[in-house]
Design a protein. Structure first.
Length: 76
């Protein structure tokens, strides 16, 4: 597994990270990994069909991608 070394890490940030790791019952390395996983996680692709109360029922028999492409081509 790769190792990450950080030079000139601010002491105040280190203290806060150490406190947070303690609160979460993790080691410093585990906490840094956890934070980076959260920040770098790919967002879930959203679909117009997932809309609730905003007309999702109007799209159930439609291809949303096709509709958007048709709309965009009409702008030209």
């Amino acid at each position: 597994m790769p190792t990450l070394n950080i030079k000139n890490f601010p002491a105040s940030l280190y203290r806060r990270l150490k406190q947070r790791a303690g609160r979460e019952h993790r080691s410093m390395a585990q906490e840094v990994t956890h934070i980076l996983e959260q920040v770098l996680e790919e967002p879930e692709a959203l679909s117009i069909l997932g809309l609730e109360g905003l007309g999702a029922e109007l799209w159930t028999d439609s291809d949303a991608v096709e509709h958007v492409e048709r709309e965009r081509s009409s702008w030209a």
